[in-house]
Design a protein around this ligand. Structure first.
Ligand code: FE
Length: 347
């Protein structure tokens, strides 16, 4: 038990099950009417839906929240793992779980019927639940709306020299965008784009998506890349409200298609001991009620058709997502990482 606690601490669990985590998890696994979740997503985002599921189905949801180490934990637990489902964001993290061999294929008419093909793994190893668009934040003061870039490709145009801020090129959000660029344009053009974008940076890549908007507010740069939900999160934050007020959101095109999107999603673990209940929960999360709750909680877009978007999202403009399969984005991630290094994006 002492070892288990040490291990849990070592892999960065932020909150665990009551008293002895390992024992509680084991009991949970053998109890009927339960489903066990490992989640990188924060409690406030997913707990309300799990509670709604329990009220509807009577099935209890036990959740272990962590910031990192869940895939490693699943690998260590192997066949004895109590976990049924894993929740995380980004195609990079979902495909990492699949590549580590800790997920299994699952497919039901509801899952494949509701979740668009581009937002799920073709064999059912992971499914998107919400979409987030990677958009431009553009200075209200220094870039007239008509002059703002309309595409990601334009960010490499020399007339933006010294005017763009981004986070590290190696962050999963930037890797996915670069991988999508490769999928659409091929390796050579994607590399040129990355070099052009790097040449336009106002400063060495640093900070998170919100820090780039802060830099626009402070006059360091005029355009940044960031996920759409940070607009809402900044508006809700007393200090960051002014950052959000200094920019307007732009939904750029990629290769003449829609805006690059990524997902938050779920995967069934390979060892899932409560598979039937896990499928019930997965399907519940595609229902209109859960879709609306989940998306609104973090200013993300529902993936189910016909589910209303939050008022803020509607006020930001219309999202037309790039329909490139995220499977293809995942495939191109290793190449994207290689190109980001080759152009010295982070130097
Ligand atoms: Fe984020």
């Amino acid at each position: 038990m002492r070892f288990q606690h040490g291990l849990l601490a070592a892999i960065g669990l932020t909150a665990a099950l009551t008293s002895s985590p390992a024992l509680a998890a084991e009991q949970a696994a053998i109890n009927k009417g339960e489903v066990n979740v490992y989640s990188y997503r924060q409690p406030f985002l997913i707990q309300p839906m799990f509670d709604a599921f329990t009220r509807k189905s009577g099935v209890k949801v036990n959740v272990v929240f962590a910031k990192k180490g869940l895939v490693e934990r699943l690998e260590q637990e192997g066949r004895n793992s109590p976990a049924d489902l894993i929740f995380t964001v980004d195609i990079g993290r979902l495909s990492d779980a699949q590549n580590a061999g800790v997920t299994q294929s699952v497919s039901t008419p509801i899952l494949t019927g509701v979740i668009p093909q581009s937002l799920r793994q073709s064999d059912g190893h992971w499914y998107g639940l919400t979409q987030r668009a990677r958009i431009l934040y553009v200075s209200k003061d220094r870039v007239p709306l008509d002059d703002a870039p309309k595409s990601y490709e334009e960010l490499a145009d020399p007339n933006w020299k010294g005017r763009i801020c981004t986070r590290s090129g190696s962050h999963v959000y930037q890797v996915a965008l670069t991988a999508a660029m490769i999928a659409h344009h091929g390796e050579a053009r994607a590399k040129d784009w990355l070099s052009g974008l790097k040449a336009n940076l106002a400063r060495k890549p640093q900070g998170n998506d919100r820090a780039q908007v802060k830099a626009i507010k402070e006059g360091e740069c005029d355009i940044s890349l960031g996920n759409n939900y940070y607009f809402g999160l900044m508006l809700q934050n007393e200090e960051q409200f002014a950052w959000a007020q200094s920019v307007y959101p732009v939904f750029p095109t990629l290769a003449g298609n829609g805006t690059h999107v990524n997902i938050s999603g779920m995967a069934m673990t390979k060892a899932s001991p409560n598979k039937e209940n896990a499928v019930k929960l997965m399907e519940f999360l595609t229902s209109n009620l859960a879709q609306q709750m989940y998306a609104e909680q973090n200013f993300e877009y529902p993936i189910a058709e016909g589910v209303p978007q939050s008022g803020l999202l509607r006020s930001m403009g219309k999202l037309k997502p790039d329909t490139l399969e995220l499977d293809k984005v995942a495939e191109n991630r290793p190449m994207a990482i290689k190109l980001i290094n080759e152009v010295g994006y982070n130097d």
